[in-house]
Design a protein around this ligand. Structure first.
Ligand code: UDP
Length: 241
């Protein structure tokens, strides 16, 4: 299948750090079986001719807000969080390259002996050459999240959609784990999400999507083939636009 036959030819996939840790609980930073499964899916998408930017979180290693609640300086804790995303990016790169996906890691904090610095025009060139980019170190700034980094990079590389991978099927009227009456919402507008206070992404990231009319698809990464189905134009997860 060529890129012309798919619903989107350039996507930004946002994967949380916790998705890499699996269910093995604390102390286990990576569940490589799970990481392998995600990477197989990502390869399938790359093989469809779709250009893929991947923003990886760091919640399986460090969450700045959590450490600062425990008494650490917030800015230091956030830099630690950003470094955590670089560790995740290198793990993903290794697994993806092992299955034949050409990748580049680009970091928002310079560390040239580890990975390339993020330079927008160079990133676009990599995509044009068919390389998958893993964007690491978030936005490079404390007080932000990797969701915001995801939206920022999506806009910069002119992705047509941001796919936010989560552990639930999409957006519900309440927390499905706590509220049995919560119902699934297949589609909503930016405005509805704001009015009804649905947590799609953090407020900064969401505001950036809304201001730039960048559609968000929130889907369950544990559903096999979900990303491929989105690209085939099937209804998967919740679409916010
Ligand atoms: N972070 C940051 N600036 C950014 C992106 C991330 O300071 O632009 C820090 C922040 O401390 C955050 C941590 O890196 O808690 C890990 O990122 P995030 O919590 O977004 O990861 P995820 O929840 O997606 O795993």
């Amino acid at each position: 299948m060529t890129a012309t036959a798919v619903a989107y030819s350039r996507i930004l996939l946002k994967l949380s750090g916790e998705a890499l840790a699996g269910d093995k609980g604390q102390g286990s930073v990576f569940d490589f079986e799970r990481v392998g499964r995600f990477c197989d899916e990502i390869k399938e998408v790359a093989d469809m001719g779709v250009s893929v930017g991947l923003v990886i979180g760091g919640g399986n290693i460090v969450r700045g807000s959590q450490l600062s609640k425990n008494g650490m300086d917030r800015v230091t804790a956030d830099y630690m969080g950003m470094l955590g995303t670089v560790i995740n990016a290198l793990a993903l790169q290794d697994v993806l390259e092992n299955i034949g996906v050409h990748t580049r890691v680009m970091t928002a904090i310079r560390m040239e002996s580890v990975a390339e610095p993020y330079i927008r025009r160079r990133a676009i060139r990599h995509l044009e050459k068919g390389r998958l980019i893993i964007f690491a170190a978030g936005t490079g700034n404390p007080f932000f999240s990797t969701d915001t980094a995801g939206v920022l990079r999506a806009l910069e590389i002119e992705a047509q959609v941001i796919l936010k991978a989560t552990n639930v099927d999409g957006i519900y009227t309440g927390d499905p784990k706590k509220d049995p009456t919560a119902t699934f919402i297949p589609e909503l507008t930016f405005q509805e999400a704001i009015v009804k206070n649905y947590a799609v992404m953090d407020a900064n990231a969401f505001g950036l999507c809304k201001a730039n009319q960048l559609p968000i698809i929130v889907f369950n990464i544990n559903q096999p083939g979900a990303i491929t189905r989105v690209l085939k134009g099937e209804r998967v997860g919740t679409v916010v636009r």
